[in-house]
Write a protein that binds this ligand. Sequence first.
Ligand code: F0G
Length: 435
Amino acid sequence: MTARAATMLICDMCGTLVSARDAKTQCAKCGGLFSLRYDAPTERGPALKKIFDARLAARADMPESSGVWRFRELVLPDVSDGEIVTQPEGNTPLVSRDRISAWCGVESIHMKLEGANPTGSFKDRGMTVAVTQARRLAAPAVACASTGNTSASLAAYAALAGLPALVLVPNGQVSLGKLAQTIAYGARTLLVRGDFDDCLRLARAAADKLGVYLANSINPYRISGQKTIVLEMLQQLGWRAPDWIVFPAGNLGNTSAFGAALREAKELGLIDRTPRLAAVQASGAAPFAASFRDDFRERHTVRAETVATAIRIGDPASYDRAVRAIRETNGVVIDLPDAEILDAKAVVDASGVGCEPASAASVAGVRTLAARGVIQRTDTVVAVLTGHILKDPGILLQYHRDTDPPPPFANRPIEIDADLAAVERVLAAVRRSDG
Ligand code: F0G
């Protein structure tokens, strides 16, 4: 492999180039966000696929055994092995279940199980890169605002790197599993009296004024790592592009990362056509869907409210680059009521796969887009399930045990005395309802 120029940061809006040693996430000239700019690999198409495919056999002690660093030429080319902070992450399954396909009304839906990452969400893919960079810059501390998954992931990677972590989460609005993880991995956890958008404003100010390294998805290294969700799914599909990639959208980091990944994959000849992106929001937190309906003439913001707390975001930070991603992929943005997201979650969970509430927005989105005739029955669809079922146990019990009348897929637990006759009665009822 030839020697590479050092990675630079390039402003998405005005094209200004700054050194990658700059820890800022915002362009001083125009306020735009940065992306990484690096030399494209010299290999193209089949030769590049061959490199990535050969690494599927990488030894466990090599960075390339990670589902992020396997694609290192497209993530952070000029990093050396010893600098990489990896758990490892990625290598998540791509699965299909007949009952989910049938429920969605499409023949071929694959689910990318990002909950199988080390801390239970896709955030680990961006965090391995951002924390690697934080350590390269000798940052004194790392920080983020979060609805829970970013904070859990940052806390774990900071622990691995030996860096102090400061996280800001909206008080009372983070699910039990995520809050517990964040605290347990050792991050200094600030319960902010405000919402996620307040937390992000505060985290950005702390990065500017106090010199902590910001690890939110406005950080270009996060976006670079998250591109590998798409690269890995393409590889799992034998580099045959699906027709659709459907996913939940909040702060719009993934929307931006997926757009960038597809742009590069097409340019480098890894795929010969571009899948369409479908970003799905919860109706109570759907500023991006509102902008899409306006043909992106106006940037909307809302006061967000949804049971899918991961995507309870009213002023998404990566708005501009997400607009580009939707436009370039002939994508769509929709929003769905909480009840539909929770029903989709119950179907995903009962298939034995499982995911957290926000993640189920993708499957609910496939069903709705298929019903509207936007997704065709014969289209190949990948739905990204962004987080693990155990991230939000509270909402699960509320749906199945505590809602009256029971929602469509409720599986009520039954309290019994410790005697066999009671078990027998339940078993007989189960047999009747199955027959
Ligand atoms: N799904 C899950 C499980 C998430 O945690 C998030 C975002 C998203 C989807 C939306 O992704 O922000 O890139 O559009 N969670 C962030 C957090 C905001 O703090 O954990 P996005």
